[in-house]
Design a protein around this ligand. Structure first.
Ligand code: UP5
Ligand code: MG
Length: 196
């Protein structure tokens, strides 16, 4: 079975990870967060990319796609090797820019189907507030005001155009993500129930 992919996009702190966790509880999807995979790789002993990833994340810059796509592809293959029924993936926080999109197209176009993009739309102010709140205990090196300014800039300059591109193809399912977790999830449910 060819992997079926839903890209999950939205600003920093829009609630991508939170909503993906709820989807996994209720639907037959595997959640792969590109950011989580990069943080894991950064912490892996002997990783040749650790230092680079660390710098990029603090600066809110987007890591070269060769690294990210390698991690995503390996995670997808591993999941499907363990259980053939697990061919539905939420790819959270990717593709974030043109380089990501080109890398995906080159490596994965024939290997996976992108069903649609789940877009958590949230104001910059709410995004920043949520990340700063989380930063009090998350230990994330990018949950501080300085990194957040950069993350928001990168999101606006690089990621929004990718969402707009998918929008033109009719592939974006937008959710107002500034509401409560449960209100947001109610919309997510109706989208997933419709899309199958
Ligand atoms: N929260 C969530 N939903 C809420 C709600 N409805 N109401 C109130 N509070 C809500 O949520 C963030 C916080 O808000 C949490 O405290 C949560 O409880 C609360 P979360 O679900 O974690 O939001 P999410 O959108 O996942 O935020 P995250 O910080 O993970 O988003 P980013 O996109 O910034 O981070 P990511 O981990 O994807 O990427 C980090 C960095 O990695 C990037 O900046 C980049 O440098 C690098 N990266 C790449 O280079 N390439 C990639 O492909 C991916 C990442
Ligand atoms: Mg996240």
């Amino acid at each position: 079975m060819k992997p079926q992919v839903v890209f999950v996009l939205g600003g920093p702190g829009a609630g991508k990870g939170t909503q993906c966790a709820k989807i996994v509880e209720n639907y037959n999807y595997t959640h792969l967060s590109a950011g989580d995979l990069l943080r894991e790789e950064r912490g892996r002993k002997g990783s040749e990319f650790g230092q680079l990833i660390d710098t990029y994340i603090k600066e809110g810059k987007i890591v070269p796609v060769e690294i990210t796509i390698g991690l995503l592809r390996r995670a997808m293959e591993k999941t499907m090797q363990m259980d053939m029924e697990k061919y539905r993936f939420l790819i959270d926080g990717f593709p974030r820019n043109q380089d990501n999109l080109e890398g995906w197209t080159t490596v994965m176009k024939d290997k996976a189907d992108v069903k649609f993009v789940l877009f958590f739309d949230c104001s910059n102010e709410v995004c920043i507030y949520r990340c700063l709140e989380r930063g009090k205990s998350s230990g994330r090196t990018d949950d501080n005001r300085e990194s957040l300014e950069k993350r928001i800039q990168t999101y606006l300059q690089s990621t929004r155009p990718i969402i707009e591109r998918y929008e033109k193809e009719g592939k974006v399912r937008r959710v107002d993500a500034s509401r409560s977790v449960d209100q947001v999830f109610a919309d997510v449910r109706s989208i997933l129930d419709k899309e199958g």
